[in-house]
Design a protein around this ligand. Sequence first.
Ligand code: GLC
Length: 537
Amino acid sequence: MRRADDRHLASGDETWWRDAAFYQVYVRSFADASGDGVGDLEGVRSRLGYLELLGVDALWLTPFFRSPMVDHGYDISDPRDVDPLFGDLDVFDRLLADAHQRGLRIIIDLVPNHTSNQHEWFQAAVATPPGSPERARYIFRDGCGFGGSQPPNNWTSTFGGPAWSQLRSSTGDAGQWYLHLFAPEQPDLNWENPEVVADLERTLRFWLDRGVDGFRIDVAHGMAKPAGLPDMPQPIATGSGLLQIDIADPRFDADGVHDIHRMIRKVLDEYPARVAVGEIWVSDDLAFARYVRPDELHIGFNFRLLEATFEADRVREAIEHSLMAVQGSPAPATWTISNHDAVRPVTRYGGGEAGLKRARAMTLVELALPGPVYLYNGDELGLPNAELPDWALQDPVWRRSGFTHRGREGCRVPLPWEGGTPPYGFSPTPGTWLPMPPDWADYAVEAQLEDPGSTLSLCRQALELRKGHNAFTGSELEWFGAPPGCLAFRRKAGGLICGLNTSSTAVSLPPGEVLLASGPLPPNGEALPPDTAVWLV
Ligand code: GLC
């Protein structure tokens, strides 16, 4: 076996991630090489040329570890192996080596808050009596009320319903309850147990030694729980699968979580040029800032831009808060408008032609901002959310919300690559894991590649400029006055100006030479039409 460092992408740049364009590969839906209708690691490897052409710097691979797939891989039964659905460790090693050869880095998901209920630890926990060391790796409690028949507190699961499930006792008395902030098949780990800490360290080193460039940490504001597990002030009845928290919520952001991030950082610091980015759903800027202190996460996702509606004031507010939250920390702000849990931007911004125009405009806004940016696979093609029939829905959110919330699969439909009918080159089989819409031929990569007006071409040009043009240097922004419904900012050092028009009338362009626009500009080049963004120098 080669030494770990040989496998790692050679680079003198320890902080390559500070302005990297990351591309999130939802592995199930990217490309299927095995022909079972589900995307896999070999599929990703076969499409690395595309990612290089697109011009991204790094990939984030969603979980490909052993899993019963109740939450499509976020329920892990063995974090140190590849699920046969996606390949094996050899395929992973080949993918990583090939990506590195092309100059693409790879970060992978780390899911420390919970395991699968099929993990050997949880299997052992249910096979042993209350009080056993096996149970102490999870959060087991006796129930309340008569005969312990009520859950230990009022916490609800992010996916809907109570956050507690009761075990059936073989001896006839009331079984204990275990905590799961997500599906019952995802029991929460007990982070006060040193065994849990040691196991995560093992997982970190396992993948770092294989050469991964870092981790995206799932539910990075979860893990630690407050002493005594106090009730939620306002339990939320149905789940959405998204983790927005607007109220003081005892389920997340407990102080103890920062010790865990310090531990993770310590391990990462032993390896050169690695990065940890946390999924941090906290709405308070100060609370966010604590996650990116110098000895914690390198960077954190904040979701303000993703949550902002297509209104200049909201977008500006999101940008300002994101910058404010990292002020005084070594971390740059991190930008994203999309991921595998959210409705696709085209649909979120209104759908149809207007939705697409707005999504393209917001892509230019996010790519104009200083700091790392995360693009979600398929957004570069301008894909809308797909409408799926009830029978196709597999997301636990659908069932757990009492069939009131359709879940997150509309943004997880496999990617169209070529040809005029499903599966559009995604897979050798037409039986893809989610049905692909019959009218997606025009979205296919092949159909967009040579078309200069396509969304794919826009993203390629934007990424190339962002990487190569010196207007994009520097980390500070200054804002310009702008007409109602518009915003304009300038990268102070490099001089790039980005203007966005979210109003319904054309406005005059800021002065400067147009580098790129998200849609056609009028021939005299003096106006910025509605639903359009522009880059100028
Ligand atoms: C994160 C993931 C989401 C998953 C949840 C539970 O929010 O992004 O897809 O369902 O964590 O692991």
